[in-house]
Design a protein around this ligand. Sequence first.
Ligand SMILES: [Zn+2]
Ligand SMILES: [Zn+2]
Length: 202
Amino acid sequence: MSEIICIHCGEDCGKYPVVWDDKPFCCEGCKTVYQILNENKLGGYYNIYENPGIKVDLQDFGGKYAYLDKEEIKEKLVYFTEGEYSKTKLYIPDIHCSSCIWLLENLYMLNTSITQSMVNFVKKEVDITFKNTEISLREIVELLASIHYIPMINLQSITGEKNKSENKKLIYKLGIAGFVFGNTMLLSMPEYIPGEVSAEFR
Ligand SMILES: [Zn+2]
Ligand SMILES: [Zn+2]
């Protein structure tokens, strides 16, 4: 069986390509970028910068994300607010290629109330600055979910504090491992030293 190539980026689509308009894509990012470029008859990326405000078909999630309107949840997820600007950081496991990054870093095209967005590819996080008078955290999450980048909001991200101490524990453990390894090296050193000196240690 030959592999299926993504029509947008040329990567292998794997077993389950995302299909749109009978064309295969490797991910939602590639599909959405392709859609945006085609449906809006924009010749290239450059034109998009000039024409923000592209329409996304928002899915109706009902009350699924209603909890994001709760103050105590917002407090945990919105880590900075100054006047009408707020910042949130969301974990999106589906970030997987440069199309994903490009799309998520240009969210203002989809909603101009999102003023800035930056992706940390390694952590699969997107850092979003938004006008809190125009768009809510819930609406941001619903927008992302509509373009199939579903943020994983769970106890892990809400109880971030606890997570940090877990990480510290891990780092501590690694530190000990490093220490032990270092010592093993020292103890084995004579083995590597050629000649009579090493013989004395045997
Ligand atoms: Zn692709
Ligand atoms: Zn991608």
